[in-house]
Design a protein around this ligand. Sequence first.
Ligand code: ACO
Length: 429
Amino acid sequence: MSNTANLELEGKTYSLPVVSGSENEKAIAIGSLRDTTGYITLDDGYGNTGSCSSKITFIDGEKGILRYRGIPIEELSEKSSFIETAYLLIYGELPDHAQLRAFSDLLTQNANLHEDMKHHFEGFPPNAHPMAILSAMINASSCFYPGLMGRANKERFDIHAARLLSQVRTIAAFSYRKSRGLPTMYPKPVYKYTANFLHMMFSEPYQDYQLKPEVVKALDLIFLLHADHEQNCSTATVRMVASSQANLFACAAAGVCALWGPLHGGANQAVIEMLQDIHESGDDGSRFIQAAKDKNSGQKLMGFGHRVYKNYDPRAKIIKVACDNLLNTLHVSDPLLDIAKHLEEAALRDDYFVSRKLYPNVDFYSGIIMRALGIPVEMFTVIFAIGRMPGWIANFKEILDDPKSRIYRPRQVYQGPTLRPYVSIDQRP
Ligand code: ACO
C-alpha cells in the first residue's frame, strides 16, 4: 500500500503523505497543501476531517466498536468503575492498587468547593438551567485557584485534574439543590465518587439518603459509558480552547456549553420529553415516526442517529440491558420504556431509518435509567457532563503534553461580497 496520495490540480501532480492509525484507519495529511498548491480543503461540519492524532479512544462506527485506551467498552462496563476508567483515560494505563488509592484520595481531598463559591449560587434564579450554572461555576472556580495552569504549570496538572473531576459533581449537586430551594449537602469523605454524588443530591440535613448498591452501580455505569467518545462536538471544543493555552477549567466550561445542545448531550433530555409527549398524546409513536421522517416537520427521532456510528451504538446496547435490569430490581414500571422499545422496533423496521443507518444512540435509553434513579430531567445533560469530564481532561492533557501543539485555527472559503466601496448613510438606496 502506497504511503502517499497523488493529487492532480491544474495540470500538476502533488504528493501528499498518507498517515495510518494503529487500527489501520487512513488519512491524507494535508498540512502543506495550501503552501504548495494555494488550495485548502472544505469540509462543512468536519465529517471527513481528522483534527488531531490521539491515543485515547478508538471508535469503529461501521462495526459499532468503542474502546478506551484499547480496552472494549463492554469489558470496562462489566469489570471497571467510573473512577478507575477515568484514571485509564487520563493517564493511559489501568492503575495499580497504590495509584488507584492515591487518585481516589486526591478526589476525596478536593471534593469541597471553596466556601465563597456558595455565594455565587445565590445569584442564579430558581429556574436556571443546571447546565448554565455548571458551565458558569466551573469557569468561576478558576478564580479561586489563581495561576491555575498554563503550560508553565504542567507539574500541577494532577491536582487540577482531580479538583475538576471531583468538584464538577459537587457543583452539579449544589445547582440541583439550589433549583429546588433545598439546603446544600456537603460531600462526605467516607463515600466513593458516585455514592457521594447521590448523597449530595438527595440527603437532607436531618436524614441521610439510603444508598442502594444497584442504584449506585447503575449511575456509575452511566458515568463510565459517557467518559469519552473521541472528537465529538464538546471534546473538539475542549481541544480547540485548550490549543490557545487556556486553563483546564475554562476548557471544561466551554465543553459543557457545547454539550448542552439537543443535537449532542442535550438529546438525553430531549428523548424523555419526546417520550413524554407521545405518552400524553396517547399515540403509540407511529405518528411521531411519520413526523420524524418528514423534513418539513422540524422533528427528529431524538436519541437516534449518530455522525460516526452507522450501526448500533455499543453504549446504547449496554444501557438498554442495564435499564431492563434496574427497573426489574427496583420493581419500577415505566410506560416510557415501553414506548421507547416500541419506537425502536418500529424505526428499525422502517426503510427511512434502515437506509440511513440510523440506530439508537447512547441517549435513547439513558434517560429512562436516570428517571428510575430519581434524577430530574433537567439534570440529565449535567450527568452526561460529569461522565464526560475524564475524556475532556485526557484530551486537554494530550495537548498540554504535546511540545508541537499549536493553536487550532481552521480556515474558510469566503462567499461574501467582493471588494466594494463604503457608501455614506445619506447616499444609501
Ligand atoms: N430522525 C430523523 N432523521 C434523522 C435523524 C433522526 N434522529 N438523524 C438523522 N436523520 C436523517 C437526516 O435528516 C439525513 O437525512 P437525508 O439524508 O434525507 O438528508 C440523514 O438521516 C443523515 O443525517 P445527518 O443529519 O446528515 O447526520 P449528522 O451526522 O449530521 O447528525 C445527529 C448526527 C446530530 C446525531 C443526528 O442523527 C440527530 O440529530 N439525531 C437526533 C439527536 C440525537 O440523538 N443526538 C445525540 C447524538 S449522540 C451524542 O451526542 C451523545
